[in-house]
Design a protein around this ligand. Structure first.
Ligand code: ADP
Ligand code: MG
Length: 282
């Protein structure tokens, strides 16, 4: 039997109540193997971010279960949830809106370390510095604030902040979508390295099939709140069965129809940045 870190069963999320309730996620079930990456793809508005928010309990699911290694996060009370929260962390799409512009990178990354119970300011500072270094930023970044960083640098800070909570599952919601192609490839590479080093498990949400192909082994395709296809990413993207998946694939290949970049361009960038890395380390 596969060793799944996350098992979502029959997840339903509704916005509003009664007659005005809108079912954004409708009976979604999925599993993410420990140390692996599952991608969720689908066009805008199909419910991807709603799933992400339900997993980190920014919203409470209407029904269904979210089993993280034996604990159902969907049904816990706020009080019961508190010691569990660090286990699932999110990296958001918007590198501009998701970090407090008034705090330094050090404060942003040290805060979850303090929340985890680390009282020593020195240890907090050292751990934050190690994380900033690990995500590829210079130590001078520690004293700077988000408005002074580029989009890619901000996403690195967002990743460092997420890691500071020592999560088991990282939910990346369009985490590279706002970035230029080459920066996108660098951040994807960083995420892949961090996964190899720390055995992290990823749920990777994207409307971009090139990104999905680069980062995930398994993939589910969503449409209007439901999963319409699921399987190995390679198989799904090379031989999609559903008309909808074919359409997603076609629109990803035709610029303009879908925001984002052509998969072959992204793959070329990733290959180039890997080659540059291995030259550096040779
Ligand atoms: P995606 O991330 O795939 O673009 P979302 O999960 O953001 O989709 O949204 C799914 C659906 O739920 C959309 O129709 C959206 O308009 C709706 N929705 C999202 N957030 C809210 C909200 N806070 N209140 C009401 N409807 C919402
Ligand atoms: Mg979204």
């Amino acid at each position: 039997m596969a060793d799944n870190l996350l098992t979502v069963r029959n997840l339903v999320v509704e916005y509003g109540t009664g007659q005005h309730a809108f079912r954004a996620v409708d009976d979604v079930s999925l599993t993410v193997p420990r140390g692996g990456t599952l991608a969720i793809v689908g066009e805008s508005g199909c419910g991807k971010s709603t799933i992400a928010k339900a997993l980190v309990r920014l919203i409470k699911p209407t029904s269904g279960s979210v089993d993280l290694d034996g604990t159902d996060l969907a049904t816990l009370s706020e009080r019961e949830l508190r010691p569990q929260r660090h286990r699932v962390q999110m990296v958001f799409q918007d590198p501009f809106g998701s970090l407090d512009p008034h705090l330094t990178a050090h404060q942003i990354v040290a805060e979850p370390i303090a929340v985890r119970g680390e009282k020593s300011k020195k240890v907090q500072r050292d751990k934050a510095a190690a994380l900033i270094d690990r995500v590829g930023l210079p130590s001078s970044a520690l004293s700077r604030k988000p408005p002074e960083f580029s989009g890619g640098q901000r996403q690195r800070i967002g990743i460092a902040r997420a890691l500071a909570s020592e999560p088991e599952l990282l939910v990346c919601d369009e985490a590279t979508s706002a970035l230029d192609v080459s920066v996108q490839a660098q951040v994807l590479d960083l995420l892949a390295e961090l996964q190899r080093e720390n055995g992290l498990t990823y749920l990777f949400i994207s409307h971009n099939l090139g990104v999905v192909r680069a980062i995930s082994q398994d993939c589910v395709v969503m449409r209007a709140g439901k999963i319409v296809e699921a399987g190995r990413t390679q198989d799904l993207l090379s031989r999609p069965h559903e008309e909808y998946t074919q359409r997603l694939r076609r629109s990803a290949l035709e610029p303009g129809l879908m925001t984002g970049i052509k998969p072959r361009h992204l793959i070329r960038h990733i290959a180039a940045s890997r080659a540059a890395e291995s030259e550096k380390s040779a």
